[in-house]
Design a protein around this ligand. Structure first.
Ligand SMILES: Cc1cc2nc3c(=O)[nH]c(=O)nc-3n(C[C@H](O)[C@H](O)[C@H](O)COP(=O)(O)O)c2cc1C
Ligand SMILES: [Fe+2]
Ligand SMILES: [Fe+2]
Length: 401
């Protein structure tokens, strides 16, 4: 039985939501699944844009068969060759023997790496800016290398001003009937997850996203159809997402704000963080965020670091080196090309070690991570006579905002 949604007279959503998947890419925790979007244009020619994860291909096949209403499938545009989108291609080619595959040279190289069927006779190889006529829809292909993977391209429907954006503008979370961002309270319920998706999945490739924007800036975009998450169709939603992506891809903070990120074994470092947060709040800082790296999945903390202008790290020595979870965290944060932020360091030791030096060396490997004050060193636990040092640390942070 099909579950499809008509988006316009000859454009149908044929995607599938998956609420059972516990982790995206088997690494990022999902609390409400994910959806794999796929779109079918039924014009003089019929054209499918991307497929879905093999886990949900049965439902997907029912959807396209229904939406085609007995017609043949002429084209499949492959914007992205990651298995969550290409995983049903072989299946679809078996059902539709006339189907031609539209992709660039990297697309087909990946197709041959992943799958055994020889589909080379079906290839339509496209280059930057090339167009495909379907009737009243002209599809233009724009290469978007590393807006997740090297072969990624986006497809622009020239007459209808629709951007089929591949993974860009995607999100975690299965959709619940409301496919459009304007049908939900997007800023309240979905934007944090959109940030978590972008920063963790695409984030380190900000420069490539900016290169894609150079191409998109020449286009009028009325609707964005991503491979995950909602469809954006109001001018407000389209520009909200484009503006967010501009900020995120430039590695700029979204706001002047503070996040405290720490590790702790016995709670002494945590107490320093709590005291600092209370003092920051007393000085008027709002919506302070705080995370223990051993308790919250990194994929939630990393986007908070990107969101805010100031980060306080609480670290400690552990067997003469950085506490392992903090070591893993900072390496993963820096791997997202995290840069241009003000940071403050609190280091806890009982007999010494290299933790602080190691952490500072990590920070120096990325651009523009400046300490707003000298590190605050704690010997095992903060004492009342050291409170003035904490006040000074907090004052320095505020002065640098
Ligand atoms: C297994 C283990 C190894 C440690 N190794 C060191 C070390 O090499 N150098 C040091 O100064 N402190 C070391 N410590 C002590 C902690 O850094 C110290 O107890 C600190 O107060 C912990 O902060 P917390 O209370 O926030 O967990 C170690 C503690 C543990 C449990
Ligand atoms: Fe992807
Ligand atoms: Fe994807």
């Amino acid at each position: 039985m099909h579950n499809t949604v008509k988006l316009s007279e000859n454009l149908t959503w044929v995607g599938v939501s998956d609420r059972r998947i516990p982790r995206f890419e088997n690494i990022f925790p999902l609390t409400s699944g994910v959806n794999y979007n796929s779109y079918l244009i039924t014009d003089e020619k019929t054209c499918l844009l991307d497929t879905v994860d093999p886990d949900v291909s049965e439902q997907f096949i029912d959807n396209i068969e229904h939406a085609l209403g007995g017609r043949q499938l002429d084209y499949l545009v492959i914007n992205h060759m990651e298995p969550d989108h290409c995983g049903s291609i072989e299946r679809v080619t078996q059902i539709y023997p006339e189907l031609k595959l539209v992709g660039n040279s990297k697309t087909f190289a990946f197709l041959e790496q992943f799958y055994e069927s020889d589909l080379s006779e079906r290839y339509i190889l496209v280059k930057e800016g090339q167009e495909l006529q379907l009737g009243s829809h002209t599809l233009r292909f724009l290469l978007a290398p590393l807006v997740h993977w090297p072969e990624v391209m986006v497809t622009y429907d020239v007459e209808h001003k629709i951007l089929f954006s591949a993974d860009a503008f995607g999100n975690f979370g299965a959709l619940n009937g409301n496919l459009y961002a304007d049908e939900v309270d997007y800023k309240k319920d979905w934007l944090d997850e959109a940030r978590r998706y972008y920063i963790n999945i695409v984030g380190r490739h900000g420069r490539n996203v900016q290169n894609l924007f150079k191409k998109l800036d020449t286009l009028e975009i009325d609707m964005i159809c991503s491979l995950h998450g909602h469809i954006y169709r109001t001018p407000e939603d389209v520009s909200m997402m484009i503006e967010k992506y501009r900020t995120w891809s430039a590695f700029e903070p979204e706001r002047s704000g503070v996040v405290l990120v720490y590790s702790t074994m016995y709670g002494n470092t945590e107490l320093v963080m709590n005291i600092m947060a209370s003092k920051l709040a007393a000085k008027g800082i709002q919506d302070i965020q705080m995370y223990d790296v051993a308790q919250t999945d990194f994929s939630y903390i990393i986007p908070r670091c990107h969101q805010n202008s100031h980060i306080i790290f609480g670290i400690q020595n552990y067997n003469t080196t950085l506490y392992p979870t903090m070591d893993a965290f900072i390496r993963e944060l820096l791997h997202t090309n995290f840069q241009n932020r003000k940071v403050g360091l609190v280091c806890n030791s009982s007999w010494g070690g290299r933790a602080l030096k190691e952490f500072q060396e990590y920070l120096a490997s990325n651009k523009g991570l400046e300490e707003f004050t000298e590190p605050l060193n704690i010997l095992s636990a903060l004492k009342p006579d050291q409170e003035a040092l904490v006040d000074e640390f907090v004052d320095k942070l505020i002065a640098s905002m």
